[in-house]
Design a binder for this molecule. Structure first.
Ligand SMILES: [Zn+2]
Length: 480
């Protein structure tokens, strides 16, 4: 009945939600998530440099959602929300970043696999390795990470060229008779900001609010200094760091473009649905935080790009707000597949003022120890024990505040938003049980041993563990 109503509505309003005809071949589907990409460093979202030609071209022929809010400001929780259409407190990864595992909920990839798609994932961040359960539904889950971060040799990653190369190889070998669902995750804008040689030095220093030099911190907090893992030799000028960050984005954008080209070449007949977003943003001096994420739910961490291209989708810009939990419903609707049961998001038709979601909806965003409700121009958060997955009774003071964006686009303290506080109260009552991450793959254990590190979480494999181990490890430390 719901589908029929949508079709009738589409006929009345002239939308294309029901086109093309049902007998058309199912479209190929490409989901690109760029790690640590704040929306305002994408040219189509207002960044001064033309560092994102691929994303800008997508925005020109697709729908750009201006206010897209991450479900979390950490990698693993945000991606779990993308894949399940559930907010962070509704899935078993919770707000943990690498030591919990997704279980029990149907995933986007499963839906595509069940519908006869070839499903492939190509990821580049150590916390997305298959032990956290995001591989469910993927025929191929390529989490081989051949390189290490500049300052943390136990932090494995893969550069865009290598990840995209694997994705291209997979695409080329898929039979044209079978539709594909491809998830490409590019890690590059994540610190340290070390673009490959030919990309480095192509963008002039980007002036930040904070002038002068920063010190390098002994740890990775990013509070009023350069996190140790981000240090670039003797460089201390934050404007230089922002430029290297923008160059990493340019490099990732280039490889996203190569994969889009290849996909569209094979999709000429069946059509291609493309959705590009990021898992979270990055602090570049806001509130005194530098080159880090996950420390709060602030706008520079929560606001991400969100661009959709699909056959029949008229180009445009939509104010929003929209969320990571809308990704799966949107892709499934555009591929004419049934929605995920219990989804928390909406299928975004992208048709300007005729969007099928409430304009005044509130979007939830989490990190460990903090939950927030976002409207298009407001951010209300509760920080402290009540918002965290820490054991009850932890002596962390709870505080709340509301911030609004003014006409000049600046976020300013405002009167408490009682509607958002009420919604957050209800949201905090949701608390899915966390599931401990599975054991590391033997080859990954060997990688760590070869580097002289003890493999973490070997004791976590016990099946009855339903609370993540809080034990510190190279994987859950700081904000990969
Ligand atoms: Zn991330």
């Amino acid at each position: 009945m719901k589908a029929l109503e949508a079709c009738l509505l589409a006929l009345v309003t002239g939308l294309l939600a029901c086109a093309p005809a049902p007998e058309a071949d199912p479209p190929d589907v490409l989901l690109i998530t760029v790690d640590t990409l704040r929306a305002d460093y994408v040219h189509a979202y207002g960044f001064a440099e033309e560092n994102t030609p691929t994303m800008d071209a997508l925005a020109a022929r697709g729908v750009l959602f201006e206010n897209a809010i991450a479900a979390a400001t950490l990698t693993a929780p945000a991606h779990a929300s993308i894949m399940t259409s559930r907010y962070v407190r509704e899935h078993s990864i919770g707000s943990r970043n690498g030591d919990t595992r997704l279980e029990g909920l149907p995933t986007l990839a499963q839906r595509f696999a069940e519908a006869g798609y070839a499903t492939g994932a190509f990821v580049s961040n150590v916390v997305l390795r298959r032990r956290i359960g995001l591989d469910r539904g993927f025929h191929v889950y390529d989490d081989e990470l051949p390189s290490s971060e500049r300052n943390r040799d136990f932090h494995f990653e893969r550069q865009a060229g290598a990840t995209a190369g694997r994705a291209l190889e997979w695409l080329m070998t898929r039979p044209g008779s079978q539709p594909v669902f491809l998830w490409l995750h590019l890690q590059d804008p994540h610190g340290p900001y070390t673009p490959p040689g030919e990309w480095s030095g192509t963008i002039a220093p980007v002036p930040l609010a904070m002038k002068g030099e920063l010190g390098v911190l002994p740890g990775n907090s990013g509070r009023a200094g350069i996190p140790a893992y981000q240090a670039l030799g003797e460089a201390r000028d934050p404007a230089l760091y922002a430029a290297r960050y923008a160059e990493e984005i340019r490099y990732a954008d280039h490889w996203a473009g190569r994969v889009i080209e290849a996909l569209e070449a094979r999709s000429a007949k069946r059509g291609a649905v493309i959705l590009l977003t990021a898992d979270h943003g990055e602090s570049l001096g806001e509130g005194g935080w530098f080159f880090q994420h996950g420390q709060s739910t602030a706008p520079e961490l929560a606001r991400v790009p969100f661009i959709v291209v699909a056959p029949g989708l008229a180009p445009g810009r939509v104010r929003g707000p929209v969320s990571h939990v809308d990704v799966a419903p949107t892709l499934l609707a555009l591929a004419r597949l049934p929605e995920l049961p219990g989804a928390s998001g909406y299928a975004l038709s992208g048709q300007g003022g005729d969007e099928q979601f409430p304009r005044d909806r509130l979007i939830f965003c989490d990190t460990d120890g903090e939950s927030a409700a976002y409207g298009a121009e407001s951010w209300t958060r509760i920080a402290g024990a009540a918002a965290s997955d820490r054991p009850e009774g932890s002596a962390i003071p709870t505080r709340s505040e509301t911030v609004r964006r003014n006409a000049a686009g600046k976020w300013r303290p405002a009167d408490p938003d009682t509607r958002a506080m009420g919604a957050l109260g209800d949201y905090l009552a949701r608390r899915a049980s966390l599931v401990a991450a599975g054991p590391m793959a033997p080859e990954h254990v060997e990688e760590l041993r070869a580097l002289g590190y003890l493999p973490p979480h070997e004791a976590d494999a016990s099946e009855d563990a339903n609370q993540a181990s809080p034990a510190a490890s190279p994987i859950s430390d700081s904000a990969p």
